[in-house]
Every structure is written in structure tokens, then in C-alpha cells.
Write a protein that binds this ligand. Structure first.
Ligand SMILES: NC(=O)C1=CN([C@@H]2O[C@H](COP(=O)(O)OP(=O)(O)OC[C@H]3O[C@@H](n4cnc5c(N)ncnc54)[C@H](O)[C@@H]3O)[C@@H](O)[C@H]2O)C=CC1
Ligand SMILES: O=C(O)C(=O)CO
Length: 322
């Protein structure tokens, strides 16, 4: 069986696939155009995909030989699951192994914004150390404040746990279902969406993205948030309207924002949000640790190997295909 991987992944995954007797195809050029990418996909049985290539109707129609897809990500918002289901194609993903790393980034963004780290680092780089000034550009402490989690699943739980342990924060959350574990272990309180945005000092987004949730966090939401609130998004950029976020930040409707994901992604060169000092923006590095990436490679390889043996994938976005 042929497996196409569009970018090199940690060696552990490649070794596992080869030891299972699979033919692994990795192109020299790891920055393929969509056309080039489709050409590779057409000739393979299984695709191990790194990044946001769209698995849409066009893909499924043009690549009928592909019988399994293993994503090198937990998010599967770039896959048309209905189209995959019509053809009984399992879509593997990589849950859990990246939850710690991604929640670490949410935590880092929250702290960096609360203590104005980007602003001060820029001053240091500009050789403008400044004098000790008791009133100048003060940060805010997080101790005892309220963390609101939108989408309390695996990563949201880890973010909530860190904030509880480090700063004794009160946890409120809005989710599709109650999260019993978080309610018992972290004393997390389920609230309505409106209550979440009105009461959070830090609002951290951890839901899985669907197109119908585009721009959910927009001007009317930022309007209702607290003036000292920090907006953190490590989930998907599509959740927030970036122009509205910019306006909320310049007009002081909210305190600051920490983004690991932007809308669009990559961020546009002339996006005015880049000029603001109350933001910290990272280029989608949530899972970028050695540990998480090794784990992702292992899970993705396990998924492909299971498929090749006629077994069920263990980590799957569409279990309904079985
Ligand atoms: N920045 C990065 O590098 C990374 C980003 N991610 C993103 O984080 C997301 C979450 O990952 P996990 O925690 O593993 O997923 P998960 O499935 O464990 O948790 C997501 C939670 O969001 C809830 N949810 C979804 N839509 C909702 C809505 N409209 N209202 C209320 N609750 C809603 C779900 O019920 C679920 O409990 C991924 O889908 C991905 O988009 C994941 C890994 C790395
Ligand atoms: O896993 C995901 O969904 C990511 O965004 C990158 O790890």
C-alpha cells in the first residue's frame, strides 16, 4: 500500500510505516501547489496530511483511489466529513498528544498579554529600556480572576487546570455538553454563552471549528466583554472577526488579545493588528514541541497501519464510517 506524506514528519512515524511494509512517498518539495498535491494524492491509497490542505468535494472526486486519510492534527475542519462518509473513508486525527503543548501556548499568550510582554520586548529591541516608572504601562495580575473557556474538551480542560493551579482562577465554561470532570476537579461552572463573555477576565477559545461558527466572536461580543478582558484564541482563526477584534483593541473595549491562530491565516502583511502593543501573535505553534510532534507522528502512523491491516483506526474524526 502506498502512503503519501506531503511534508516530512518526525522519524518515528516514517519508521513505523516502513516497518509495517508500507511504501512511503514524501516529495522533495514540501511546499506543493494544490495541483501538485492533488497529483500525488491521485496516485496513492492513503494520505498522511500535514497542514490545512482542503479535503473537499473536489478532492474526493479527483482522488478516488484514496481510501484512508490520517491527519497530522487533531482539528479536522479542513475535511468535508460528509463527503468522506459517503465513500466510507476513515479520517484519522491526533487527539490528546498535543493537548498539553497547545494549552501551554494558550497559557503563555494569556500571561504575555497580561504583563504586556510584546510591548516591553519591543522597547528593549528598540534600545529604549526606560527608567523605573511606578505608573507606566502596568500589567494586571491574574490571581483569583475568572477564566472563561469556550469549548471545554481536551485542550480546554488542560488550560483550565493550569489556570486553576497557577493562579487560583475561577473557571466558567460554555460547551456543547457539561464536562463532569471539570466540574468536579476544577469546580468549573457551566454558563450560557452571554454569561461567559460578560463575566470572563480571560476568554480562551478551545472549541473545534465549523464554518457555521465563522466570526462568532465579533463586534457585538467584544462590546459585551469586560474592559480588562484578555481574548485568547488557540483554536482556529475563523472563530474571530479580526477587524472587529482590532477595533475592540484600539478603542479599549477589551484589554488585549493573544492569538496563535489568525483570520486569515497566515496573517496579512498589512493587518493593522500587527501594530498594536496589546497583542501577542504567534504563527500557529500550539503543537510545536518535540514531544507533541513525536506523539502526532506516532498516532498518524498507527492510524494508517491499522487501516492497512483492515482494522479500525483508533484515533478517528468520523467513527460513524465503521
Ligand atoms: N493552535 C494549535 O496549534 C492547535 C489548535 N487546535 C485546535 O483546538 C481544537 C480543540 O481541540 P481538542 O480540545 O482536542 O478538541 P475537543 O473535541 O476535545 O474539544 C472541543 C470542545 O469544544 C466543544 N464545542 C465545539 N463547538 C462548540 C460550540 N459551538 N459551543 C460550545 N462548545 C463547542 C465540543 O463540545 C468539545 O467539548 C481543535 O479542533 C483545533 O482546532 C488543536 C491543536 C493544536
Ligand atoms: O492539531 C491541530 O488541530 C493543529 O492546529 C496543529 O497541531
Amino acid at each position: 500500500m502506498k502512503v503519501f506524506i506531503n511534508k516530512r514528519i518526525p522519524e518515528i512515524g516514517i519508521t513505523m510505516l516502513k516497518e509495517a511494509g508500507l511504501e512511503v512517498i514524501i516529495p522533495e518539495n514540501d511546499n506543493l501547489s494544490r495541483e501538485e498535491w492533488l497529483e500525488y494524492c491521485k496516485k496513492t491509497d492513503a494520505v498522511l496530511n500535514v497542514g490545512g490542505n482542503q479535503f473537499n468535494q473536489e478532492f474526493f472526486e479527483e482522488c478516488p483511489n484514496v481510501k484512508a486519510i490520517a491527519l497530522f492534527s487533531v482539528g479536522f475542519d479542513h475535511v468535508d466529513i460528509k463527503e468522506a462518509n459517503k465513500r466510507n473513508i476513515p479520517i484519522g486525527n491526533t487527539p490528546d498528544v498535543l493537548s498539553r503543548a497547545t494549552s501551554d501556548v494558550a497559557f503563555l499568550l494569556m500571561q504575555s498579554v497580561s504583563r504586556r510582554a510584546s510591548f516591553y520586548f519591543q522597547k528593549v529591541k528598540d534600545r529604549n529600556w526606560g527608567n523605573f516608572d511606578p505608573l507606566y504601562e502596568l500589567g494586571q495580575e491574574l490571581y483569583g480572576k475568572t477564566l472563561g473557556i469556550f469549548g471545554l474538551g481536551r485542550i480546554g480542560f488542560e488550560m483550565a487546570e493550569k489556570c486553576k493551579k497557577a493562579f487560583g482562577m475561577n473557571i466558567i465554561y460554555h460547551n456543547r455538553n457539561h464536562n463532569e470532570e471539570a466540574e468536579q476537579e476544577l469546580d468549573a461552572k457551566y454558563v450560557s454563552f452571554d454569561e461567559l463573555i460578560e463575566k470572563s477576565d480571560v476568554l480562551s477559545i478551545h472549541a473545534n471549528f465549523k464554518p457555521e461558527q465563522s466570526n462568532l466572536f465579533n463586534a457585538s461580543v467584544f462590546e459585551k466583554m469586560k474592559k480588562n478582558a484578555i481574548f485568547v484564541n488557540t483554536a482556529r482563526g475563523g472563530f474571530h472577526n479580526q477587524k472587529d477584534l482590532y477595533q475592540a483593541l484600539v478603542s479599549g473595549k477589551i484589554w488585549g488579545a493573544g492569538l496563535d491562530v489568525t483570520n486569515p491565516e497566515p496573517i496579512e502583511d498589512n493587518d493593522p493588528i500587527l501594530q498594536l502593543s496589546n497583542v501577542c501573535i504567534l504563527p500557529h505553534i500550539g503543537s510545536a514541541t518535540i514531544e507533541a510532534r513525536n506523539g502526532m507522528a506516532r498516532l498518524a502512523a498507527e492510524n494508517i497501519i491499522a487501516f492497512s491491516k483492515g482494522e479500525k483506526m483508533k484515533h478517528i474524526a468520523n467513527p460513524e464510517v465503521y
